[in-house]
Design a protein. Sequence first.
Length: 139
Amino acid sequence: MAPLDWEEWARWRAQAQHTLASSRKDLEEGDYDWASFKAHQAGEYALKGLLRGLGRPAFGHALIRLIQALKEAGHEVPEALEEAGRTLDAHYIPARYPDAYPEGSPYEYYTWARAEEALRAAERVLKWTEETWNGLKSS
């Protein structure tokens, strides 16, 4: 196994945590579309940070693909984490682009419940990446 890159992990993890906190603020303010998109971003940063910390490439925006890369690297990934990735991937484009829906703008389609679900999914991803990283450093 390649040596762990602590600095790379730490900077991506810090950005993931910061973005998750921003997502929470957006949820509280009623900016549900942005809360959902930022939840996706937080999950993406956490997964990319884990991959990069492991010395592996981490490209693209699909969390399910980043999770697949972790599986290919030999990590056991629970189905619940894959489901969290799918939940978050659903917000990457529709939360931001006005033409993602047949009429209206994205903010009209997002609700507190939808954004809360995205936030919880991101929290699961961050928790799993941190647990996985901590497991590596203790082995």
